[in-house]
Design a protein around this ligand. Structure first.
Ligand SMILES: Cc1ncc(COP(=O)(O)O)c(C=O)c1O
Length: 355
């Protein structure tokens, strides 16, 4: 139950509904062999039961499914595998801060491209991105869909245009926030079959609410054999995380209900902020919304929410200086924040004010 005394963290894009009951049930079945011995799955010519299962579900050969400790880990491996000193990676300017750091870990250079902002959404401009690719000849072009923190997606048709143009480099599609708008999977098999240089990152951290288990996977085009070798782990993966991930895949109905609740609550946030002039809530396909707020209200809002023991993300980056990002919580948690926001607006007499 939500009450005002617990700190409510809505700042890190976790899925606060928690993992499916089936995951806790699966943990209870963990046996000594799951803990004390290495996996022997490799003797059957597969990486793990999890990669086997994902291969069957996604209709992608098992060799083209890689596992990692979160998609942060797979992104790092891909960039460290392909980018050498002085080589370039393209990524969105308005995105997860880590994209702009990872190439520098191996002496690479990051070039950013801008997303376009209109009334209530951000957009990719694929033509501009292709033009930048031709000018800069980067080793890696990164797209995030949905993008963090703007929440917008990259369409399949734009992805095809980009992948057709980017034949000499690697296209990384980060789908960490997959599932909150739609759970279709059919596109992945077709894309990795068609584009040999495509890497699609997926994680169990967000939709499946298993951030603490640090388990993710990637679907890779057949041309990325260097990464496939680089990422291979002969002694296997965290067996508890595999068990949790498999149980999550068995619990589709539980997660579909969460997706449904999140879609409803995103609308609640849109309606709330659309009613208050001076605020702009960007349309999102993820489990968070980005909201532009009047600059002078940033500090008072932060102080007010701190007193209410609610934490949302306030940005320091200039691009989002007047923005906050709200992670969608459970229905009760969202109500607690919306109630606090209403009180803030009333107590500061901002209701109906325009700026
Ligand atoms: C866009 C994006 N990609 C990837 C990640 C990493 O997720 P994980 O390493 O938990 O799979 C995050 C984490 O917040 C993220 O925002």
């Amino acid at each position: 139950m939500e009450n005002g005394s617990t700190i409510l963290y809505l700042d890190r894009n976790e899925n606060l509904y928690g993992p499916a009951p089936g995951c806790f049930g699966a943990l209870r079945t963990v046996a000594i062999d799951d803990l004390s011995v290495y996996s022997r799955d490799f003797t059957r010519g597969v990486k793990s039961r999890l990669s086997e299962r994902l291969s069957a579900e996604l209709n992608i050969p098992e060799q083209q499914i890689l596992l990692s400790e979160g998609s942060e880990d797979m992104l790092k491996q891909a960039v460290h595998c392909y980018i050498g000193p002085g080589e370039k990676m393209l990524c969105p300017a308005q995105s997860w801060w880590y994209y702009q750091k990872v190439a520098s870990e191996v002496g690479g250079e990051t070039i950013t491209y801008s997303l376009k902002e209109d009334k209530d959404a951000y957009h990719y401009d694929v033509d501009e991105l292709i033009a930048l690719y031709e000018k800069e000849s980067p080793r890696v072009v990164l797209i995030a869909s949905p993008n963090n923190p703007t929440g917008n997606s990259f369409s399949d048709s734009d992805l095809k245009s980009l992948a057709e143009a980017v034949r000499e480099s690697i296209v990384v599609l980060d789908e960490a926030y997959w599932g909150f708008a739609d759970t279709s999977n059919e596109h992945i098999a077709e894309l990795v079959r068609r584009y040999r240089n495509l890497l699609v990152l997926r994680t169990f951290s967000k939709y499946y609410a298993l951030a603490g288990a640090r388990i993710a996977f990637a679907a890779v085009g057949a041309g990325l054999s260097r990464l496939t070798k680089f990422a291979s782990r002969y002694l296997g993966y965290n067996r508890i995380s595999e068990i949790l991930a498999l149980a999550a895949l068995d619990s589709a109905g539980y997660y579909e209900n969460i997706g449904h609740a999140m879609r409803e609550d995103r609308e609640l946030y849109y309606e709330f902020f659309d009613r208050h002039p001076g605020f702009r809530c960007y349309r999102s396909s993820a489990n968070f919304v980005l909201v532009k707020i009047p600059a002078e209200w940033k500090d008072p809002l932060k102080t007010f929410l701190e007193a209410k023991r609610i934490v949302i993300k306030f940005f320091s980056e200039p691009e989002f200086a007047n923005c906050v990002r709200i992670t969608l919580g459970t229905k009760e948690q969202n109500q607690r924040l919306l109630q606090a926001l209403s009180e803030f607006l009333q107590s500061h007499r901002f209701n109906g004010a325009s700026s």
